[in-house]
Design a binder for this molecule. Structure first.
Ligand SMILES: Cc1ncc(COP(=O)(O)O)c(C=O)c1O
Length: 368
């Protein structure tokens, strides 16, 4: 069985097995991680292992903090505006699809939002060229969504926003490729794609941005306060942090983020090459902006979409349905999806399109 879910998504099997083995008794403590006080020595070891390993994975400079928070990325859409927007009138946002639109709507409740660039007019099929961005040099920050999970659109370059901090929702591509954190002032990601189980939001923030919050900011969402208290203002999501630590170790054992990127490029490359070679399938995202982790495509005969998804399920290819508002097909290829999963999917797609030859002819596929 291969699970192509966009999130919560498949986790590395080795991690699940280790968690199973440690479930009832973590390292001879007699307790499950779920039962430990978050102030205990045992839990502190677990948390410091997770944060040390992540720091090492992303080669985090000393002037950045890792926060383990809750609320999900959706909560932080507004919370980050409360944290960074304190003394500023406005923030720049780039609107590239479903999630950046949600981020804009939520931040708009707190701060004046300037849409610096967007591709709504063309159905969010590309990322606007940097030369078209209308950035405000006085903005509190500039926000991008590094990977639009719903439509499969991803930045393969980063803007130079100068003195204005670059803020990124990296929920669906964090840890899927190499990253230079120095290019960001703040980066945040919900865990349930490439980090671990849901319930945890990882946030990485540069020192100078810690204390720009509004007075009304709740303590648990005050990034400065949380940084000074090791993310322990209240009970942290201990199990999710433990699981994330296991995933971070798994990534390190596999050669780190550059090694993961190589594999992820291979997986996505194979699938896009196949889609482009078979006229029965099409991907509407501009080739330069296609996501390595969420490959979205439609069938030439859209009435066959449900049949495709149902048949795929019977063959053990699970959760291929597109995002609720996008429809069509979405194959999520996060770190835990093996290359073989992509090969089996391509085999199924090839078989499916050949069995629906009537539709294929009608779309003008060239005979082999
Ligand atoms: C890019 C992106 N941002 C934000 C979210 C919202 O995350 P959560 O539901 O954990 O708040 C998602 C969820 O899929 C996402 O993909």
């Amino acid at each position: 069985m291969y699970n192509f879910s966009a999130g919560p998504a498949c986790l590395p099997e080795e991690v699940l097995i280790r968690a199973r083995d440690e479930m009832l008794d973590w390292h001879g403590s007699g307790m499950s991680v779920m039962e430990m006080p978050f102030t205990s020595d045992e839990y502190r070891q677990i948390e410091s292992h997770a944060s040390r390993t992540l720091r090492n994975l992303v080669d985090l400079p000393d002037n950045y903090h890792i926060l383990f928070l809750q609320g999900g990325a959706y909560a932080h859409f507004a919370i980050l505006a409360m944290n960074l927007g304190g003394n500023h009138g406005a923030a720049d946002y780039v609107q590239t699809g479903h999630w950046s639109t949600r981020a804009i709507n939520e931040a708009g409740k707190i701060i004046r939002v300037n849409i610096a660039a967007g591709s709504e007019d063309s159905g969010f099929d590309h990322i606007p060229a940097y030369s078209e961005w209308n950035l405000d040099p006085e903005a509190a920050y500039c926000h991008i969504t590094t990977n639009e999970t719903a439509s499969g659109l991803q930045y393969h370059w980063l803007p130079d926003t100068g003195a204005v901090p670059l803020v990124a929702d990296a929920t669906s591509d964090f840890l899927s490729r190499g990253i230079d954190i120095r290019q960001f002032g703040l980066l945040y990601a919900s865990a349930q794609k490439n980090i671990g189980p849901t319930g945890l939001t990882v946030l990485i923030i540069r020192d100078d941005l810690l204390d720009r919050g509004m007075d009304i900011l709740p303590a648990v969402f005050n990034y400065g306060l949380q940084a000074r208290n090791n993310s322990r203002i209240n009970t942290p999501p201990t199990w999710s942090i433990y699981m994330a630590g296991l995933v971070f170790s798994w990534l390190k054992e596999r050669g780190g983020l550059d090694a993961m990127e190589k594999i992820n490029r291979e997986k996505a490359g194979r699938l896009y090459d196949y889609i482009d070679s078979d006229h029965y399938y099409r991907c509407h995202i501009a080739p330069a902006d296609r996501s390595l982790v969420n490959v979205c495509f439609s069938l030439a005969d859209e009435s066959m979409t449900d049949v495709f998804i149902r048949e795929a399920e019977t063959q053990g290819l699970r959760n291929l349905g597109g995002h609720a508002q996008q429809g069509a097909i979405r194959a999520s290829l996060y770190n835990a999806m093996p290359v073989e999963g992509v090969d089996v999917l391509i085999e199924f797609m090839s078989d499916f399109s050949s069995r629906h030859a009537v539709h294929r002819r009608s779309t003008g596929r060239k005979p082999a």
